[in-house]
Design a binder for this molecule. Structure first.
Ligand code: PLP
Length: 277
């Protein structure tokens, strides 16, 4: 278990008014940045969804972001998903939202029908021995970067009688520190994932290049978009829903939106700098 989990109670639900105000302001600023970038790119308002990247944040901080308008969250580590899910589910239900794979309370025959759904994505690397931990909780795994991992997820999903969304993560920057498949293999991997039961290929994900040159960052995002068009144009079974482009973070969301992003994953600009990784 990561060291930071020993000095922060991730299940904590109560935060002070000052912290609530910081997070509320952060969410509003990010939603404004998204709206401006959509306009600047000539894109329809609302065509880009905000995913709050909530690693290292506790339940109270995440719910403050939801109360401020966040409608999708993403975690990196299965242990954090497990530590937070009970509180998050309960507080979301109180607000009329079903979180992730939470189907609501079957015990009341659906009487407490939910008003809305907040998707819960896994955005960090997934080891195969953790798949069963996250499957009951998340509705989409964004960090699938190989046929082997997709097959393992698919097998477990089929056994559980569910279908989980997946995004194929592509390493567009080529940086060795980054996860994601080789862009040259992405089309083939996507077709093979499309053919699997138990998973639905919903799109592509990448992490922008860690460089100052905006042209380099944009080129990676543009390549991911072209890859999506190629996958859709293949007409292969199971590729027709490959519509999402999850790209753009605090530092590069405007560039990503200009290149067609449909989901931006933002942590720092909402919650502030992380005190620990
Ligand atoms: C942490 C993280 C983000 C958000 O990064 P910020 O720079 O804090 O906005 C997005 N995507 C992934 C995969 C992350 O791990």
């Amino acid at each position: 278990m990561a060291a930071y989990m020993e000095h922060k109670d991730l299940a904590n639900e109560s935060i002070g008014p000052e912290r609530t105000r910081q997070i509320t302001d952060g969410v509003h600023r990010v939603l404004d940045r998204i709206a401006s970038a959509e306009r600047a790119a000539g894109r329809e308002a609302g065509s880009v969804r905000l995913l709050a990247a909530t690693k290292t944040r506790d339940v109270g901080e995440i719910v403050a972001a939801i109360d401020a308008g966040v409608r999708m969250i993403g975690e990196n580590r299965p242990q954090e998903v497990v530590a937070k899910v009970e509180g998050l589910r309960r507080l979301c239900r109180e607000r009329g939202y079903a979180l992730g794979a939470d189907g609501g309370d079957a015990a009341d025959g659906g009487a407490s029908a939910v008003a809305g759904h907040i998707p819960f994505h896994l955005i960090g690397q997934l080891q195969s021995n953790k798949i069963n931990k996250v499957l009951p909780v998340v509705d989409t795994i964004e960090s699938v970067d190989s046929v082997e991992l997709a097959e393992k997820i698919a097998r477990r999903a089929v056994a559980a009688g569910i279908t989980v969304g997946v995004l194929l993560e592509v390493n567009e920057s080529g940086e060795a520190s980054k996860s994601g498949c080789d862009p040259a293999l992405a089309l083939d991997i996507a077709r093979r994932i499309g053919a699997m039961g138990g998973v639905e290929l919903q799109g592509l994900m990448t992490i922008g290049a860690h460089v100052d040159d905006e042209r380099v960052i944009r080129a990676g995002f543009a390549h991911l978009r072209r890859l999506r068009e190629q996958i859709l144009a293949s007409g292969d079974p199971g590729t027709g829903h490959c519509l999402e482009l999850s790209m753009g973070m605090t530092q590069d969301m405007e560039l990503a939106i200009a290149e067609g992003s449909t989901i931006v994953r933002v942590g720092t600009a909402i919650f502030g700098e992380r005190a620990f990784k």
